[in-house]
Design a protein around this ligand. Structure first.
Ligand code: PBG
Length: 328
C-alpha cells in the first residue's frame, strides 16, 4: 500500500514530530474576578476552582498563575450591588475596583504580568446591560463616551491592554481615538469582535453579578445562526484599529475561528467561556468524562482552528499540561 496514514502515528516521537499545532503557555490568558472589599478570597460557586479576590488580595491569584507559567490576565471588576447606577459610574471611577487593582499589581509585579482589562458597563449598571438605556432600549452612541472613559482610566492606572466587550458599534474607533489623544497610543485594543449572544455565559454572569435585569443582550450581541456577520464584524473592528480580535464563545464557534483565520492577518483570540469551563467541571464531577483530557483536547482544538491566543479559566492547568508535554 503506497499510502498509509497510520505510518506517522506509529510511535510517540513520530506523532510529536508531525504535530501541526504547537502550544505555548505564553498564548494563554487567565480571567480573574476582583470584587470590591478587603481580604476577599472566595471560591465562585458557579465556577468551581475559580477564586474571586479583592484589590488587596489579587496579587495572590496573579502570583499562583505566574508560578504555573501563565503571565497574561484578563481582569473583571465586580462592584458592590449598591454601588451600581444607571451609567455604571464605578467602571470609570479612578478609585474603582479595577483601577485600584491595576495600581497594586503593577506596583508588585511590574512588567512580569500583562494586564488586560474588560471594558464594559454591564457589571456596573443597575440594569445590567452593556450600554446606557434610552427609552427602554440599549443606546449605542451615548454609551461610547462612557466606554472611552473606562478605557482611559484603566490606561492611567497601569493597564497594558483594553478589551471592550460590550458590542456597541464604533467602540474600537472611539477607544483608539481617545487613547491616542490621551497619550496612550501604545496601548493595544483586544476587541470582542465576534461575540455571540450565548447561553454559555451563564456562570460568568453569576460570578460577576452582571445578568441583565430586563430583556436580553440579543440587540447587541450576535445571533449564533450567523457566520458572515461575524466576519463582517471582525473586519470592521480591524478597520477601526483593533490589534487583536476575540471570537467568543470558543468551542461552539470553532468554525468562525477557522474562517476568520484564513481571511485575516490580525491575531485571533478564542475565549473559552464560563459555560464551557463549567460543563467540563460538571461532566467530570459526575464521572462522565476525564476532566484533564477533555480540557487538553478542547484547548488544542481552539488553536487548531486557527486562534493564536486562548482565554481560559483552565490557563494554569493547561500551562502545566504543556510543561509536562501532554499537549503542545
Ligand atoms: C461582559 C462580559 C461577559 C463575558 C465576558 N465579558 C458576559 C456577558 O456578555 O454577558 C462572558 C465571559 C464568560 O462567560 O466566561 N460583557
Amino acid at each position: 500500500m503506497k499510502t498509509r496514514t497510520r505510518r506517522l502515528r506509529g510511535g510517540e516521537l513520530l506523532r510529536r514530530m508531525v504535530r501541526e499545532t504547537r502550544l505555548s503557555a505564553d498564548a494563554l490568558v487567565y480571567p480573574l474576578f476582583v470584587r470590591d472589599g478587603e481580604g476577599v478570597e472566595e471560591e465562585l460557586p458557579s465556577l468551581p476552582g475559580q477564586i474571586r479576590y479583592s484589590p488587596d488580595t489579587l496579587s495572590k491569584g496573579i502570583d499562583t498563575a505566574l508560578s504555573a507559567g501563565v503571565r497574561s490576565f484578563m481582569l473583571f471588576g465586580v462592584p458592590e450591588p449598591e454601588a451600581k447606577d444607571e451609567t455604571g459610574s464605578g467602571a470609570y471611577d479612578e478609585n474603582g475596583v479595577i483601577q485600584r487593582s491595576l495600581r497594586n499589581i503593577k506596583k508588585s509585579f511590574g512588567d512580569d504580568a500583562c494586564l488586560i482589562t474588560d471594558v464594559c458597563l454591564c457589571e456596573y449598571t443597575a440594569h445590567g446591560h452593556c450600554g446606557l438605556i434610552n427609552n427602554g432600549r440599549v443606546d449605542n452612541d451615548s454609551t461610547l463616551p462612557f466606554l472611552t472613559e473606562i478605557a482611559l482610566s484603566h490606561a492611567r492606572s497601569g493597564g497594558d491592554m483594553v478589551a471592550p466587550s460590550g458590542m456597541m458599534d464604533g467602540t474600537v474607533a472611539a477607544l483608539r481615538k481617545a487613547l491616542d489623544v490621551g497619550g496612550f497610543e501604545g496601548i493595544p485594543i483586544m476587541s470582542y469582535a465576534a461575540k455571540y449572544a450565548s447561553a454559555f455565559y451563564g456562570p460568568f454572569r453569576e460570578a460577576a453579578g452582571s445578568a441583565p435585569q430586563f430583556g436580553d443582550r440579543k440587540s447587541y450581541q450576535m445571533d449564533y445562526h450567523n457566520a458572515n456577520e461575524a466576519l463582517r464584524r471582525i473586519e470592521i473592528d480591524i478597520d477601526e484599529g483593533a490589534d487583536i480580535v476575540i471570537v467568543k464563545p470558543a468551542l461552539p464557534c470553532l468554525d468562525i475561528i477557522s474562517l476568520a483565520s484564513r481571511r485575516i492577518k490580525t491575531p485571533i483570540a478564542g475565549y473559552s467561556v464560563s459555560g464551557e469551563y463549567a460543563m467540563i467541571k460538571a461532566g467530570a464531577a459526575s464521572g462522565f468524562i476525564d476532566e484533564y483530557k477533555v480540557m487538553c483536547e478542547s484547548a488544542v482544538s481552539v488553536f487548531r482552528a486557527g486562534a493564536g491566543i486562548l482565554i481560559t479559566y483552565f490557563a494554569k492547568e493547561l500551562a502545566g499540561a504543556i510543561k509536562k508535554g501532554d499537549i503542545g
